[in-house]
Design a protein. Structure first.
Length: 317
Protein backbone atom coordinates (compact mmCIF):
# COMPACT_ATOMS: atom_id res chain seq x y z
CA UNK A 1 0.00 0.00 0.00
CA UNK A 2 1.38 3.47 -0.90
CA UNK A 3 1.87 6.24 1.66
CA UNK A 4 -1.09 8.39 0.47
CA UNK A 5 -3.53 5.49 0.76
CA UNK A 6 -2.10 4.54 4.15
CA UNK A 7 -2.77 8.07 5.39
CA UNK A 8 -6.38 7.87 4.27
CA UNK A 9 -6.86 4.58 6.08
CA UNK A 10 -5.15 5.84 9.27
CA UNK A 11 -7.45 8.88 9.49
CA UNK A 12 -10.47 6.62 9.17
CA UNK A 13 -9.22 4.39 11.97
CA UNK A 14 -8.60 7.31 14.32
CA UNK A 15 -12.10 8.61 13.74
CA UNK A 16 -13.67 5.27 14.52
CA UNK A 17 -11.56 4.93 17.67
CA UNK A 18 -13.07 8.08 19.19
CA UNK A 19 -16.56 6.63 18.85
CA UNK A 20 -15.76 3.44 20.76
CA UNK A 21 -14.33 4.97 23.97
CA UNK A 22 -16.54 4.45 27.15
CA UNK A 23 -16.61 3.64 30.97
CA UNK A 24 -17.82 0.65 33.04
CA UNK A 25 -21.58 0.29 32.75
CA UNK A 26 -21.65 2.26 29.52
CA UNK A 27 -22.05 0.38 26.26
CA UNK A 28 -20.11 2.01 23.52
CA UNK A 29 -21.60 2.14 20.04
CA UNK A 30 -20.48 -0.43 17.50
CA UNK A 31 -17.32 0.49 15.65
CA UNK A 32 -17.88 2.23 12.36
CA UNK A 33 -17.37 0.03 9.32
CA UNK A 34 -14.23 0.99 7.46
CA UNK A 35 -15.12 1.80 3.87
CA UNK A 36 -12.56 1.09 1.19
CA UNK A 37 -10.86 4.12 -0.35
CA UNK A 38 -12.93 5.65 -3.10
CA UNK A 39 -11.78 5.58 -6.69
CA UNK A 40 -11.32 9.36 -6.45
CA UNK A 41 -9.04 8.96 -3.45
CA UNK A 42 -7.02 6.28 -5.14
CA UNK A 43 -6.73 8.38 -8.29
CA UNK A 44 -5.69 11.40 -6.27
CA UNK A 45 -2.99 9.32 -4.63
CA UNK A 46 -1.63 8.37 -8.04
CA UNK A 47 -2.47 4.67 -7.69
CA UNK A 48 -4.18 2.24 -10.03
CA UNK A 49 -6.74 -0.32 -8.84
CA UNK A 50 -5.41 -3.74 -7.86
CA UNK A 51 -5.68 -6.42 -10.55
CA UNK A 52 -6.73 -9.16 -8.13
CA UNK A 53 -10.03 -9.63 -9.90
CA UNK A 54 -8.55 -9.83 -13.40
CA UNK A 55 -8.98 -13.34 -14.88
CA UNK A 56 -5.80 -15.36 -15.15
CA UNK A 57 -4.49 -15.76 -18.68
CA UNK A 58 -5.33 -19.19 -20.07
CA UNK A 59 -2.62 -21.27 -21.69
CA UNK A 60 -3.08 -23.38 -24.80
CA UNK A 61 -5.34 -26.40 -24.39
CA UNK A 62 -3.59 -29.64 -23.52
CA UNK A 63 -2.77 -31.85 -26.49
CA UNK A 64 -1.41 -35.37 -26.06
CA UNK A 65 0.53 -35.06 -29.32
CA UNK A 66 2.32 -31.74 -28.82
CA UNK A 67 5.62 -33.06 -27.47
CA UNK A 68 5.64 -35.98 -29.89
CA UNK A 69 5.19 -33.75 -32.95
CA UNK A 70 7.67 -31.19 -31.65
CA UNK A 71 10.25 -33.96 -31.17
CA UNK A 72 9.55 -35.38 -34.61
CA UNK A 73 10.04 -32.03 -36.33
CA UNK A 74 12.86 -30.46 -34.31
CA UNK A 75 14.99 -33.07 -32.53
CA UNK A 76 18.22 -33.93 -34.32
CA UNK A 77 18.18 -37.20 -32.39
CA UNK A 78 15.16 -38.25 -34.43
CA UNK A 79 17.00 -37.72 -37.71
CA UNK A 80 20.04 -39.59 -36.43
CA UNK A 81 17.94 -42.60 -35.41
CA UNK A 82 16.45 -42.75 -38.91
CA UNK A 83 19.81 -42.37 -40.65
CA UNK A 84 21.32 -45.03 -38.39
CA UNK A 85 18.49 -47.50 -39.03
CA UNK A 86 18.43 -47.08 -42.79
CA UNK A 87 22.24 -47.26 -42.94
CA UNK A 88 22.21 -50.52 -40.99
CA UNK A 89 19.59 -51.91 -43.37
CA UNK A 90 21.67 -50.89 -46.34
CA UNK A 91 24.75 -52.64 -44.95
CA UNK A 92 22.76 -55.82 -44.29
CA UNK A 93 21.36 -55.93 -47.80
CA UNK A 94 24.49 -57.38 -49.42
CA UNK A 95 24.64 -60.10 -46.77
CA UNK A 96 20.97 -60.93 -47.33
CA UNK A 97 21.46 -61.18 -51.10
CA UNK A 98 24.41 -63.53 -50.70
CA UNK A 99 22.53 -65.92 -48.39
CA UNK A 100 20.08 -67.96 -50.49
CA UNK A 101 18.25 -69.05 -47.33
CA UNK A 102 17.62 -65.49 -46.16
CA UNK A 103 13.93 -64.71 -45.66
CA UNK A 104 12.26 -61.88 -43.73
CA UNK A 105 8.61 -62.94 -43.88
CA UNK A 106 6.81 -64.22 -40.77
CA UNK A 107 6.54 -67.98 -40.56
CA UNK A 108 3.60 -69.32 -42.50
CA UNK A 109 3.37 -66.35 -44.89
CA UNK A 110 5.10 -68.07 -47.78
CA UNK A 111 2.95 -70.60 -49.62
CA UNK A 112 5.50 -71.50 -52.32
CA UNK A 113 9.28 -72.04 -52.35
CA UNK A 114 11.33 -68.89 -52.86
CA UNK A 115 14.12 -70.59 -54.78
CA UNK A 116 14.85 -68.75 -58.01
CA UNK A 117 12.54 -65.84 -57.23
CA UNK A 118 13.57 -62.19 -57.50
CA UNK A 119 14.76 -60.39 -54.39
CA UNK A 120 12.60 -57.74 -52.77
CA UNK A 121 12.32 -55.58 -49.68
CA UNK A 122 9.05 -54.40 -48.16
CA UNK A 123 8.79 -50.89 -46.73
CA UNK A 124 5.88 -49.09 -45.16
CA UNK A 125 5.22 -45.57 -46.44
CA UNK A 126 3.95 -43.21 -43.74
CA UNK A 127 6.59 -42.30 -41.16
CA UNK A 128 8.85 -44.90 -42.79
CA UNK A 129 9.72 -43.35 -46.15
CA UNK A 130 7.42 -40.29 -46.10
CA UNK A 131 7.29 -37.70 -43.31
CA UNK A 132 3.71 -36.61 -42.56
CA UNK A 133 4.53 -34.59 -39.46
CA UNK A 134 3.18 -31.35 -41.02
CA UNK A 135 -0.27 -32.95 -41.02
CA UNK A 136 0.12 -33.87 -37.35
CA UNK A 137 1.33 -30.34 -36.60
CA UNK A 138 -1.79 -28.88 -38.21
CA UNK A 139 -3.96 -31.04 -35.98
CA UNK A 140 -2.10 -29.87 -32.87
CA UNK A 141 -2.32 -26.20 -33.81
CA UNK A 142 -6.00 -26.41 -34.68
CA UNK A 143 -6.93 -28.53 -31.68
CA UNK A 144 -8.28 -31.14 -34.09
CA UNK A 145 -8.11 -34.92 -34.38
CA UNK A 146 -7.33 -37.22 -37.27
CA UNK A 147 -10.10 -37.78 -39.77
CA UNK A 148 -10.06 -39.38 -43.19
CA UNK A 149 -11.07 -36.19 -45.02
CA UNK A 150 -8.24 -33.96 -43.77
CA UNK A 151 -5.79 -36.84 -44.09
CA UNK A 152 -6.74 -37.37 -47.73
CA UNK A 153 -6.41 -33.64 -48.37
CA UNK A 154 -2.88 -33.71 -46.98
CA UNK A 155 -1.93 -36.74 -49.07
CA UNK A 156 -3.21 -35.08 -52.22
CA UNK A 157 -0.95 -32.10 -51.60
CA UNK A 158 1.92 -34.50 -52.43
CA UNK A 159 4.23 -32.48 -50.18
CA UNK A 160 5.48 -35.09 -47.72
CA UNK A 161 9.28 -35.05 -47.43
CA UNK A 162 11.47 -38.14 -47.45
CA UNK A 163 12.40 -39.65 -44.11
CA UNK A 164 16.17 -39.20 -43.55
CA UNK A 165 18.04 -42.17 -44.99
CA UNK A 166 15.05 -43.78 -46.73
CA UNK A 167 15.72 -42.50 -50.25
CA UNK A 168 19.37 -43.53 -50.14
CA UNK A 169 18.40 -47.05 -49.07
CA UNK A 170 15.73 -47.41 -51.76
CA UNK A 171 18.06 -46.26 -54.50
CA UNK A 172 20.81 -48.58 -53.26
CA UNK A 173 18.42 -51.54 -53.29
CA UNK A 174 17.29 -50.65 -56.80
CA UNK A 175 20.89 -50.53 -58.05
CA UNK A 176 21.41 -54.04 -56.65
CA UNK A 177 18.38 -55.30 -58.55
CA UNK A 178 16.21 -55.58 -55.44
CA UNK A 179 12.58 -54.53 -55.92
CA UNK A 180 11.22 -52.11 -53.33
CA UNK A 181 7.56 -52.74 -52.49
CA UNK A 182 5.64 -49.96 -50.76
CA UNK A 183 3.14 -51.71 -48.51
CA UNK A 184 0.82 -49.06 -47.08
CA UNK A 185 -2.51 -48.66 -45.37
CA UNK A 186 -3.28 -45.61 -47.45
CA UNK A 187 -6.62 -46.04 -49.17
CA UNK A 188 -6.78 -47.09 -52.81
CA UNK A 189 -8.09 -43.68 -53.93
CA UNK A 190 -4.83 -42.10 -52.68
CA UNK A 191 -2.72 -44.31 -54.92
CA UNK A 192 -1.93 -41.76 -57.65
CA UNK A 193 -1.20 -38.94 -55.22
CA UNK A 194 1.08 -41.22 -53.21
CA UNK A 195 2.98 -42.43 -56.26
CA UNK A 196 3.36 -38.84 -57.47
CA UNK A 197 4.81 -37.83 -54.10
CA UNK A 198 7.26 -40.75 -54.12
CA UNK A 199 8.20 -40.11 -57.74
CA UNK A 200 8.86 -36.41 -57.10
CA UNK A 201 11.29 -37.34 -54.33
CA UNK A 202 13.10 -39.86 -56.54
CA UNK A 203 12.03 -43.18 -55.04
CA UNK A 204 12.35 -46.09 -57.49
CA UNK A 205 9.00 -46.97 -59.09
CA UNK A 206 9.44 -49.49 -61.92
CA UNK A 207 6.96 -49.15 -64.74
CA UNK A 208 6.66 -52.89 -65.41
CA UNK A 209 5.15 -53.95 -62.07
CA UNK A 210 2.86 -52.72 -59.32
CA UNK A 211 4.95 -51.92 -56.27
CA UNK A 212 2.32 -49.93 -54.36
CA UNK A 213 0.00 -52.19 -52.36
CA UNK A 214 -2.49 -50.03 -50.52
CA UNK A 215 -5.42 -50.80 -48.27
CA UNK A 216 -8.07 -52.75 -50.17
CA UNK A 217 -5.65 -54.60 -52.44
CA UNK A 218 -7.36 -57.82 -53.46
CA UNK A 219 -5.34 -61.00 -52.91
CA UNK A 220 -6.94 -64.07 -54.42
CA UNK A 221 -7.16 -66.99 -52.04
CA UNK A 222 -6.36 -64.94 -48.94
CA UNK A 223 -8.90 -63.57 -46.48
CA UNK A 224 -8.00 -60.03 -45.45
CA UNK A 225 -8.32 -59.19 -41.75
CA UNK A 226 -9.10 -55.47 -41.44
CA UNK A 227 -6.04 -53.36 -42.17
CA UNK A 228 -3.55 -56.16 -41.44
CA UNK A 229 -0.91 -56.63 -44.14
CA UNK A 230 -0.55 -60.41 -44.09
CA UNK A 231 -2.36 -61.04 -47.38
CA UNK A 232 -0.38 -58.39 -49.18
CA UNK A 233 2.87 -59.84 -47.86
CA UNK A 234 1.73 -63.22 -49.17
CA UNK A 235 1.05 -61.66 -52.58
CA UNK A 236 4.59 -60.29 -52.78
CA UNK A 237 6.01 -63.63 -51.66
CA UNK A 238 4.38 -65.43 -54.60
CA UNK A 239 6.97 -63.95 -56.95
CA UNK A 240 9.74 -62.66 -54.69
CA UNK A 241 12.12 -63.62 -51.93
CA UNK A 242 11.65 -60.93 -49.28
CA UNK A 243 14.97 -59.95 -47.73
CA UNK A 244 13.85 -57.22 -45.34
CA UNK A 245 10.90 -55.38 -43.88
CA UNK A 246 11.05 -51.80 -42.65
CA UNK A 247 8.28 -49.96 -40.81
CA UNK A 248 7.16 -47.89 -37.83
CA UNK A 249 4.29 -50.13 -36.67
CA UNK A 250 4.28 -53.71 -35.46
CA UNK A 251 1.73 -54.54 -38.17
CA UNK A 252 4.33 -53.63 -40.79
CA UNK A 253 6.11 -56.87 -39.90
CA UNK A 254 3.58 -59.36 -38.57
CA UNK A 255 -0.18 -59.54 -38.08
CA UNK A 256 -1.40 -58.72 -34.58
CA UNK A 257 -4.40 -60.72 -33.41
CA UNK A 258 -4.97 -58.98 -30.07
CA UNK A 259 -4.13 -55.29 -29.96
CA UNK A 260 -3.38 -55.06 -26.27
CA UNK A 261 -0.01 -54.32 -24.63
CA UNK A 262 0.50 -58.03 -23.92
CA UNK A 263 -1.04 -59.12 -27.22
CA UNK A 264 1.39 -56.93 -29.14
CA UNK A 265 4.43 -58.53 -27.54
CA UNK A 266 3.39 -62.07 -28.31
CA UNK A 267 3.59 -62.11 -32.14
CA UNK A 268 6.99 -60.42 -32.26
CA UNK A 269 8.60 -62.66 -29.63
CA UNK A 270 9.77 -65.36 -32.10
CA UNK A 271 11.50 -62.76 -34.28
CA UNK A 272 13.55 -60.74 -31.80
CA UNK A 273 16.77 -62.00 -33.38
CA UNK A 274 15.62 -60.51 -36.68
CA UNK A 275 15.43 -56.98 -35.31
CA UNK A 276 18.27 -55.01 -36.87
CA UNK A 277 19.06 -57.71 -39.43
CA UNK A 278 15.86 -58.58 -41.31
CA UNK A 279 13.35 -56.30 -39.60
CA UNK A 280 14.16 -52.62 -39.10
CA UNK A 281 11.85 -50.70 -36.80
CA UNK A 282 11.54 -46.92 -36.83
CA UNK A 283 10.13 -44.77 -33.99
CA UNK A 284 6.74 -43.08 -34.23
CA UNK A 285 5.52 -41.36 -31.05
CA UNK A 286 2.76 -39.41 -32.82
CA UNK A 287 0.30 -42.21 -33.65
CA UNK A 288 -0.03 -45.94 -34.08
CA UNK A 289 -1.81 -49.04 -32.87
CA UNK A 290 0.15 -48.83 -29.61
CA UNK A 291 -2.15 -45.97 -28.54
CA UNK A 292 -5.61 -47.61 -28.78
CA UNK A 293 -4.11 -50.71 -27.18
CA UNK A 294 -4.11 -48.65 -23.96
CA UNK A 295 -7.88 -48.04 -24.01
CA UNK A 296 -9.12 -51.32 -25.45
CA UNK A 297 -9.23 -49.91 -28.99
CA UNK A 298 -12.39 -47.98 -28.09
CA UNK A 299 -12.06 -44.75 -30.06
CA UNK A 300 -15.73 -44.07 -29.31
CA UNK A 301 -14.85 -43.30 -25.69
CA UNK A 302 -14.70 -39.60 -24.71
CA UNK A 303 -11.27 -38.03 -25.08
CA UNK A 304 -11.04 -37.55 -21.31
CA UNK A 305 -11.64 -41.26 -20.72
CA UNK A 306 -9.03 -42.26 -23.29
CA UNK A 307 -6.53 -39.88 -21.73
CA UNK A 308 -7.19 -41.27 -18.26
CA UNK A 309 -6.54 -44.79 -19.55
CA UNK A 310 -3.20 -43.63 -20.90
CA UNK A 311 -2.36 -41.98 -17.59
CA UNK A 312 -3.28 -45.19 -15.77
CA UNK A 313 -0.85 -47.09 -18.00
CA UNK A 314 2.14 -45.01 -16.88
CA UNK A 315 4.72 -46.55 -14.55
CA UNK A 316 5.88 -44.42 -11.62
CA UNK A 317 8.39 -46.85 -10.15
Amino acid sequence: MSKPIAAVVLLALLASGCATRGTRGFEAPAPATLAPPTAEAVAAAGETPAADEAPAAEGPPADDNLNAVAWTQTAIERDLIYVQTWRDAREQLARALADRRWEALPHGTRKAPYKGRRAAVIVDIDETVLDNSPYQARLVREGASYDEFTWAEWCREERAAAIPGALEFARHADRLGVTVFYLSNRAADLREATLANLRRLGFPLPADRNVFLGLGTYVEGCEQNGSEKGCRRELIARDHRVLMQVGDQLGDFVDVEANTPAGRRQPVAPYLDWIGTRWFVLPNPTYGSWEPALFNNAWSLPAETRRQAKLDALRVR
